[in-house]
Design a protein around this ligand. Sequence first.
Ligand code: PMP
Length: 313
Amino acid sequence: MDIRLLDSKTIPLDGLPSHVGNTPLLPLRRLTSNLSPKVKVFFKAEWFNPGGSVKDRPALNIIQNAFINGDLGHGKRLLDSTSGNMGISYATFGAALGIPVTFAIPASASPERLTLLRALGAEVILTDPSEGSDGAILVALQLAADKPDLYWYANQYSNPANWQAHYLSTGPEIFAQTNGQVTHFVAGLGTSGTLMGTGRYLQEQLPDVQIISMQPDAPFHGLEGLKHMPSAIKPGIYDESLAGTNLQVRTEAAHEMTLRLAREEGLFVGISSGAAAVAALEVASKLDEGVVVTIFPDAGYKYLSDKSLWEAK
Ligand code: PMP
Protein backbone atom coordinates (compact mmCIF):
# COMPACT_ATOMS: atom_id res chain seq x y z
CA MET A 1 0.00 0.00 0.00
CA ASP A 2 1.45 3.38 -0.98
CA ILE A 3 1.22 5.55 2.11
CA ARG A 4 3.64 8.33 2.86
CA LEU A 5 5.29 7.93 6.24
CA LEU A 6 5.81 11.35 7.75
CA ASP A 7 8.42 12.21 10.31
CA SER A 8 8.84 14.98 12.82
CA LYS A 9 10.82 17.09 10.34
CA THR A 10 7.83 17.44 8.03
CA ILE A 11 6.42 20.40 9.94
CA PRO A 12 7.91 22.42 12.78
CA LEU A 13 6.34 20.70 15.76
CA ASP A 14 9.56 20.46 17.75
CA GLY A 15 9.36 16.82 18.67
CA LEU A 16 5.64 16.80 19.55
CA PRO A 17 4.88 14.05 17.00
CA SER A 18 7.27 11.68 18.74
CA HIS A 19 4.94 11.76 21.76
CA VAL A 20 1.93 10.72 19.67
CA GLY A 21 1.30 6.98 19.58
CA ASN A 22 3.53 4.32 21.09
CA THR A 23 0.93 3.96 23.83
CA PRO A 24 1.14 1.09 26.34
CA LEU A 25 -0.60 -2.21 25.59
CA LEU A 26 -1.96 -3.33 28.95
CA PRO A 27 -3.86 -6.45 30.08
CA LEU A 28 -7.29 -6.68 31.65
CA ARG A 29 -6.50 -8.72 34.75
CA ARG A 30 -9.53 -9.14 36.99
CA LEU A 31 -12.45 -8.88 34.57
CA THR A 32 -10.95 -11.82 32.69
CA SER A 33 -10.93 -14.24 35.64
CA ASN A 34 -13.76 -16.38 34.21
CA LEU A 35 -12.08 -16.81 30.81
CA SER A 36 -10.07 -19.80 29.66
CA PRO A 37 -6.52 -19.38 31.08
CA LYS A 38 -5.16 -19.41 27.53
CA VAL A 39 -7.17 -16.31 26.57
CA LYS A 40 -5.69 -12.86 27.13
CA VAL A 41 -7.37 -9.48 26.64
CA PHE A 42 -5.26 -6.36 26.08
CA PHE A 43 -6.10 -2.71 25.44
CA LYS A 44 -4.18 0.23 24.02
CA ALA A 45 -4.17 2.99 26.66
CA GLU A 46 -4.79 5.88 24.26
CA TRP A 47 -5.15 8.57 26.93
CA PHE A 48 -1.33 8.56 27.05
CA ASN A 49 -1.35 10.68 23.88
CA PRO A 50 -0.57 14.41 24.47
CA GLY A 51 -4.11 15.50 23.51
CA GLY A 52 -5.55 12.79 25.76
CA SER A 53 -7.10 10.46 23.19
CA VAL A 54 -6.65 8.14 20.23
CA LYS A 55 -7.62 11.04 17.96
CA ASP A 56 -4.14 12.57 18.23
CA ARG A 57 -3.03 10.00 15.69
CA PRO A 58 -5.39 11.00 12.83
CA ALA A 59 -5.37 14.70 13.77
CA LEU A 60 -1.59 14.92 13.48
CA ASN A 61 -1.50 12.91 10.25
CA ILE A 62 -4.29 15.01 8.69
CA ILE A 63 -2.50 18.26 9.64
CA GLN A 64 0.86 16.99 8.37
CA ASN A 65 -0.63 15.94 5.04
CA ALA A 66 -2.47 19.26 4.73
CA PHE A 67 0.82 21.10 5.26
CA ILE A 68 2.53 19.03 2.58
CA ASN A 69 -0.34 19.58 0.15
CA GLY A 70 -0.34 23.34 0.86
CA ASP A 71 -3.88 23.32 2.30
CA LEU A 72 -2.77 24.75 5.65
CA GLY A 73 -0.03 27.10 6.76
CA HIS A 74 -1.18 30.21 4.88
CA GLY A 75 -3.63 31.52 7.47
CA LYS A 76 -6.63 29.35 6.56
CA ARG A 77 -8.65 27.97 9.44
CA LEU A 78 -8.86 24.22 9.86
CA LEU A 79 -12.58 23.36 9.96
CA ASP A 80 -14.17 20.05 10.93
CA SER A 81 -17.10 18.52 12.73
CA THR A 82 -16.20 16.63 15.86
CA SER A 83 -17.75 14.94 18.86
CA GLY A 84 -14.96 16.48 20.93
CA ASN A 85 -11.84 14.36 20.94
CA MET A 86 -10.77 15.09 17.37
CA GLY A 87 -11.30 18.78 18.04
CA ILE A 88 -9.15 18.64 21.17
CA SER A 89 -6.37 16.96 19.18
CA TYR A 90 -6.60 19.41 16.25
CA ALA A 91 -6.69 22.32 18.70
CA THR A 92 -3.63 21.00 20.56
CA PHE A 93 -1.53 20.79 17.39
CA GLY A 94 -3.16 23.92 15.96
CA ALA A 95 -2.07 25.92 19.02
CA ALA A 96 1.46 24.51 18.74
CA LEU A 97 1.66 25.43 15.05
CA GLY A 98 -0.29 28.69 15.03
CA ILE A 99 -3.12 27.24 12.93
CA PRO A 100 -6.55 28.66 13.85
CA VAL A 101 -9.24 25.99 14.22
CA THR A 102 -13.06 26.02 14.01
CA PHE A 103 -15.34 23.15 14.96
CA ALA A 104 -18.99 22.31 14.49
CA ILE A 105 -19.94 20.27 17.53
CA PRO A 106 -23.29 19.07 18.89
CA ALA A 107 -24.39 21.28 21.81
CA SER A 108 -24.89 18.06 23.78
CA ALA A 109 -21.13 17.40 23.94
CA SER A 110 -19.95 17.17 27.54
CA PRO A 111 -19.15 20.57 29.13
CA GLU A 112 -15.60 19.34 29.83
CA ARG A 113 -14.99 18.90 26.11
CA LEU A 114 -16.40 22.29 25.17
CA THR A 115 -14.36 24.02 27.89
CA LEU A 116 -11.20 22.21 26.83
CA LEU A 117 -11.70 23.28 23.21
CA ARG A 118 -12.15 26.90 24.26
CA ALA A 119 -9.14 26.68 26.59
CA LEU A 120 -7.05 25.62 23.59
CA GLY A 121 -8.26 28.67 21.64
CA ALA A 122 -10.66 26.91 19.28
CA GLU A 123 -13.72 28.59 17.76
CA VAL A 124 -16.70 26.39 18.65
CA ILE A 125 -19.95 26.41 16.65
CA LEU A 126 -22.66 24.55 18.55
CA THR A 127 -25.09 22.51 16.46
CA ASP A 128 -28.57 21.10 17.17
CA PRO A 129 -28.14 18.37 19.79
CA SER A 130 -31.16 16.45 18.45
CA GLU A 131 -29.30 16.00 15.14
CA GLY A 132 -26.22 14.53 16.83
CA SER A 133 -22.89 14.23 15.01
CA ASP A 134 -24.63 14.20 11.61
CA GLY A 135 -26.02 17.68 12.31
CA ALA A 136 -22.47 18.88 13.00
CA ILE A 137 -21.25 17.34 9.73
CA LEU A 138 -23.91 19.22 7.75
CA VAL A 139 -23.09 22.56 9.43
CA ALA A 140 -19.36 22.11 8.71
CA LEU A 141 -20.09 21.22 5.07
CA GLN A 142 -22.23 24.34 4.66
CA LEU A 143 -19.61 26.62 6.26
CA ALA A 144 -16.88 25.17 4.03
CA ALA A 145 -19.06 25.73 0.94
CA ASP A 146 -19.97 29.29 2.00
CA LYS A 147 -16.46 30.47 2.86
CA PRO A 148 -13.84 28.48 0.94
CA ASP A 149 -11.24 31.25 1.34
CA LEU A 150 -11.53 31.23 5.13
CA TYR A 151 -11.74 27.50 5.83
CA TRP A 152 -9.91 24.34 4.89
CA TYR A 153 -12.36 21.52 5.54
CA ALA A 154 -10.36 18.64 7.05
CA ASN A 155 -13.35 16.24 6.86
CA GLN A 156 -12.17 13.49 9.21
CA TYR A 157 -14.96 11.19 7.97
CA SER A 158 -13.65 11.07 4.40
CA ASN A 159 -9.99 12.03 4.72
CA PRO A 160 -7.79 8.97 4.04
CA ALA A 161 -5.09 10.43 6.31
CA ASN A 162 -7.43 9.46 9.18
CA TRP A 163 -7.33 5.68 8.68
CA GLN A 164 -3.78 5.81 7.34
CA ALA A 165 -2.59 7.19 10.70
CA HIS A 166 -3.73 3.92 12.27
CA TYR A 167 -2.26 1.87 9.45
CA LEU A 168 1.06 3.58 10.11
CA SER A 169 1.03 3.55 13.92
CA THR A 170 -1.72 1.69 15.83
CA GLY A 171 -1.49 -1.43 13.66
CA PRO A 172 2.32 -1.80 13.73
CA GLU A 173 2.37 -1.08 17.47
CA ILE A 174 -0.17 -3.83 18.24
CA PHE A 175 1.67 -6.27 15.98
CA ALA A 176 4.99 -5.54 17.71
CA GLN A 177 3.60 -5.37 21.27
CA THR A 178 1.95 -8.81 20.92
CA ASN A 179 4.98 -10.28 19.10
CA GLY A 180 2.61 -10.97 16.21
CA GLN A 181 0.38 -13.10 18.49
CA VAL A 182 -2.81 -11.00 18.28
CA THR A 183 -5.71 -13.21 17.10
CA HIS A 184 -8.68 -10.81 17.46
CA PHE A 185 -8.87 -7.03 17.08
CA VAL A 186 -11.96 -5.23 18.39
CA ALA A 187 -12.66 -1.51 17.89
CA GLY A 188 -15.61 0.85 18.14
CA LEU A 189 -16.85 2.75 15.08
CA GLY A 190 -16.93 6.54 15.04
CA THR A 191 -15.36 7.76 11.83
CA SER A 192 -14.17 4.11 11.58
CA GLY A 193 -10.56 5.30 11.10
CA THR A 194 -9.23 3.20 13.99
CA LEU A 195 -10.85 0.00 12.77
CA MET A 196 -10.04 0.55 9.08
CA GLY A 197 -6.37 1.44 9.45
CA THR A 198 -5.46 -0.96 12.25
CA GLY A 199 -7.57 -3.74 10.74
CA ARG A 200 -6.02 -3.39 7.29
CA TYR A 201 -2.48 -3.44 8.68
CA LEU A 202 -3.11 -6.47 10.90
CA GLN A 203 -4.85 -8.38 8.07
CA GLU A 204 -1.85 -7.80 5.81
CA GLN A 205 0.54 -9.13 8.47
CA LEU A 206 -1.69 -11.91 9.83
CA PRO A 207 -4.18 -13.28 7.28
CA ASP A 208 -6.03 -15.25 10.01
CA VAL A 209 -6.59 -12.35 12.39
CA GLN A 210 -10.27 -11.66 13.19
CA ILE A 211 -11.39 -8.04 12.86
CA ILE A 212 -14.46 -7.18 14.94
CA SER A 213 -16.29 -3.84 14.82
CA MET A 214 -18.46 -2.55 17.64
CA GLN A 215 -21.18 0.09 17.56
CA PRO A 216 -24.14 1.31 19.64
CA ASP A 217 -27.28 -0.83 19.37
CA ALA A 218 -29.63 2.10 18.69
CA PRO A 219 -29.72 5.48 16.88
CA PHE A 220 -30.12 7.39 20.15
CA HIS A 221 -27.42 6.24 22.51
CA GLY A 222 -25.05 7.59 25.13
CA LEU A 223 -21.78 6.38 23.65
CA GLU A 224 -20.02 9.65 22.81
CA GLY A 225 -17.60 9.22 19.91
CA LEU A 226 -19.36 6.17 18.47
CA LYS A 227 -21.89 5.96 15.63
CA HIS A 228 -24.89 3.72 15.02
CA MET A 229 -23.99 3.13 11.36
CA PRO A 230 -27.37 2.00 9.95
CA SER A 231 -28.99 5.30 10.93
CA ALA A 232 -25.99 7.66 10.48
CA ILE A 233 -24.34 9.37 7.51
CA LYS A 234 -21.92 6.65 6.39
CA PRO A 235 -18.30 7.88 6.70
CA GLY A 236 -16.52 7.98 3.34
CA ILE A 237 -13.62 5.95 4.74
CA TYR A 238 -15.86 3.19 6.17
CA ASP A 239 -15.79 -0.17 4.41
CA GLU A 240 -18.22 -2.41 6.25
CA SER A 241 -16.79 -5.54 4.62
CA LEU A 242 -13.48 -5.23 6.51
CA ALA A 243 -14.78 -6.55 9.83
CA GLY A 244 -15.83 -10.20 9.82
CA THR A 245 -18.13 -9.62 12.79
CA ASN A 246 -20.03 -6.59 14.02
CA LEU A 247 -21.16 -6.39 17.64
CA GLN A 248 -23.74 -4.02 19.08
CA VAL A 249 -23.39 -2.69 22.60
CA ARG A 250 -26.15 -1.21 24.78
CA THR A 251 -25.44 2.14 26.45
CA GLU A 252 -26.33 0.70 29.90
CA ALA A 253 -23.93 -2.23 29.41
CA ALA A 254 -21.16 0.21 28.45
CA HIS A 255 -21.91 2.39 31.50
CA GLU A 256 -21.81 -0.60 33.85
CA MET A 257 -18.55 -1.83 32.35
CA THR A 258 -16.99 1.66 32.56
CA LEU A 259 -17.67 1.62 36.31
CA ARG A 260 -16.36 -1.93 36.67
CA LEU A 261 -13.15 -0.91 34.88
CA ALA A 262 -12.72 1.88 37.42
CA ARG A 263 -13.63 -0.16 40.49
CA GLU A 264 -12.24 -3.59 39.61
CA GLU A 265 -9.25 -2.76 37.41
CA GLY A 266 -8.31 0.75 38.58
CA LEU A 267 -8.87 2.04 35.05
CA PHE A 268 -10.64 5.42 34.95
CA VAL A 269 -11.59 5.44 31.29
CA GLY A 270 -14.24 6.97 29.03
CA ILE A 271 -17.54 5.36 28.07
CA SER A 272 -16.45 4.13 24.65
CA SER A 273 -13.68 2.22 26.46
CA GLY A 274 -16.40 0.56 28.54
CA ALA A 275 -18.19 -0.35 25.30
CA ALA A 276 -14.93 -1.71 23.85
CA ALA A 277 -14.40 -3.84 26.96
CA VAL A 278 -17.95 -5.26 26.70
CA ALA A 279 -17.28 -6.28 23.09
CA ALA A 280 -13.74 -7.58 23.72
CA LEU A 281 -14.90 -9.70 26.69
CA GLU A 282 -17.81 -11.05 24.65
CA VAL A 283 -15.36 -12.14 21.94
CA ALA A 284 -12.92 -13.55 24.51
CA SER A 285 -15.63 -15.53 26.34
CA LYS A 286 -16.17 -17.69 23.25
CA LEU A 287 -12.50 -18.66 22.85
CA ASP A 288 -10.43 -21.54 24.23
CA GLU A 289 -7.24 -19.67 23.45
CA GLY A 290 -6.32 -16.38 21.84
CA VAL A 291 -5.04 -12.83 22.22
CA VAL A 292 -7.81 -10.24 21.99
CA VAL A 293 -6.75 -6.60 21.57
CA THR A 294 -8.98 -3.56 21.77
CA ILE A 295 -8.65 0.21 22.03
CA PHE A 296 -9.49 2.32 25.07
CA PRO A 297 -9.82 5.71 23.30
CA ASP A 298 -9.66 8.09 26.27
CA ALA A 299 -9.74 8.58 30.05
CA GLY A 300 -12.80 9.37 32.16
CA TYR A 301 -12.04 13.01 33.03
CA LYS A 302 -14.05 14.50 30.15
CA TYR A 303 -17.17 12.67 31.36
CA LEU A 304 -17.02 13.59 35.05
CA SER A 305 -20.04 15.91 34.84
CA ASP A 306 -22.17 12.78 34.28
CA LYS A 307 -22.32 12.25 38.03
CA SER A 308 -25.09 9.66 37.97
CA LEU A 309 -22.77 7.41 35.96
CA TRP A 310 -19.79 7.64 38.31
CA GLU A 311 -21.58 7.77 41.62
CA ALA A 312 -23.84 4.77 40.94
CA LYS A 313 -23.87 2.16 43.72
N1 PMP B 1 -14.25 6.69 21.24
C1 PMP B 1 -14.13 8.01 21.41
C2 PMP B 1 -14.22 8.57 22.80
C3 PMP B 1 -13.92 8.85 20.31
O1 PMP B 1 -13.82 10.18 20.48
C4 PMP B 1 -13.85 8.28 19.01
C5 PMP B 1 -13.68 9.16 17.82
N2 PMP B 1 -14.89 9.72 17.35
C6 PMP B 1 -14.00 6.89 18.87
C7 PMP B 1 -14.18 6.13 20.01
C8 PMP B 1 -14.02 6.22 17.52
O2 PMP B 1 -12.82 6.31 16.77
P1 PMP B 1 -12.83 6.37 15.20
O3 PMP B 1 -13.29 7.74 14.80
O4 PMP B 1 -11.42 6.10 14.80
O5 PMP B 1 -13.78 5.32 14.68
